[in-house]
Design a protein around this ligand. Structure first.
Ligand code: ATP
Ligand code: MG
Length: 345
């Protein structure tokens, strides 16, 4: 990719222990100087091709799985990122799970449960469209969600958020230690760009279905959300699972950046196709030789002289007339049966 991945990672990665000030430290309109908008399509196509190659090895090796978490405010472009960045990869090796307001069944379990059962199997890339991070974002901004959770009241104290950060860090460490690296991406859209996108949803018929009055109401809590995100980065950007803040006002740049970060994460696993054992290699060579012999036999069988071939054609009724005569016979038989039936009436 023409894009300088290391520089991009430096821009986006939240160093562990850093108290981020989103407004000061990040610019949602940032687009780097590595790629021009005119070349964005070509660069993304290149990136998705590289990604597809890495994913194929991930799948073949069947040791690692990758979990990519996407968090964002509404209309930041989570759906379109998934659609465009994953466009080239084999759908068989990817699963996407959206996390919405928990159902009553989900509320009957601990908060990690629904995430746990959606984890990608080895060889796969799992994408969480929202995730357990909602538990320290929307639930923190609207603590009434906590009332609906069936945890014992004594655990609903003011220390619950710190405990959740710790639980999340431990969970992610467990995943990483078990061959499931966790890539966490926050798509950072500005409040102005969000407004523009909401207005577009309201005015373009093909986008109306995406418009939600609830999303507009949620804008009032923008500052609380930003503060909650800053805390999330402070407490959960770790050495083993760092956060990436990806500027999201320019969709063409966001797609390239996410593709590059995902590619880099896969590449850093040093994936390799499985090596066939000596024994399996011998068996494969024997099977190959057998297959080649089979082809050879067929070739021998079909080397008749031209005269023999002509004789064969002449002595065989041509296929079409044979089919016709068979269907004619069947028709006659049927008519005969009909006649018989009519006669018996
Ligand atoms: P889109 O709007 O693009 O379809 P979305 O992710 O916004 O995608 P919605 O159905 O609009 O999907 O919203 C899901 C809502 O569920 C979000 O407002 C999110 O904050 C909320 N949610 C997710 N997890 C929880 C949770 N654990 N507790 C409460 N609300 C949650
Ligand atoms: Mg929504």
């Amino acid at each position: 990719m023409a894009i300088k991945i290391e520089e991009l990672l430096d821009v986006c990665r939240v160093p562990p222990g850093k108290k981020v000030d989103l407004q000061k430290d990040y610019d949602p309109g940032f687009a780097g100087e590595w790629v021009r908008k005119e070349d964005a399509g070509e660069t993304l196509a290149e990136g998705t091709k590289l990604l597809a190659e890495e994913q194929e090895i991930l799948y073949a090796q069947d040791n690692y799985a990758l979990l990519m978490i996407l968090q964002a405010m509404d209309a930041a472009g989570k759906d379109s990122i998934i659609k465009h960045v994953m466009s080239g990869v084999n759908p068989q090796g990817v699963n996407v799970t959206p996390f919405k307001v928990p159902t009553s069944d989900e509320l009957d379990h601990d908060y990690l449960w629904r995430n746990f059962i959606a984890l990608p199997r080895r060889g796969h890339i799992g994408i969480f469209n929202r995730s357990y991070y909602e538990e320290v974002l929307v639930v923190r901004v609207h603590p009434q969600f906590l009332d609906g959770q069936k945890i014992p009241p004594r655990f609903k104290d003011e220390k619950i958020w710190k405990r959740r950060f710790e639980e999340i860090n431990n969970f992610e460490k467990y995943l990483v230690n078990n061959g499931i690296p966790v890539l966490k991406i926050f798509l950072y859209v500005s409040k102005e760009e969000q407004k523009k996108r909401f207005l577009e949803r309201a005015s373009r018929p093909e986008k109306n279905w995406k418009f939600s009055a609830g999303d507009i109401r949620e804008r009032q809590y923008w500052d609380q959300y930003m503060a909650a995100y800053e805390d999330v980065f402070y407490y959960t950007s770790t050495e083993w699972a760092p956060w990436y803040v990806v500027p999201a006002d320019k969709k063409w740049f966001t797609r390239i950046a996410v593709a590059a970060i995902l590619y880099h994460t896969l590449k850093s696993l040093n994936l390799a196709y499985p090596v066939v054992s000596e024994e399996d290699q011998q068996a494969m060579l024997a099977a190959k030789a057998e297959l080649e012999r089979e082809v050879g036999e067929k070739e021998v069988q079909s080397t008749d002289t031209p005269e023999e071939q002509t004789a064969l054609v002449e002595s065989t009724p041509d296929a079409e007339s044979q089919v016709q005569s068979e269907s004619e016979q069947a028709k006659n038989k049927k008519n005969g049966r009909k006649k018989k039936m009519n006669m018996s009436k």
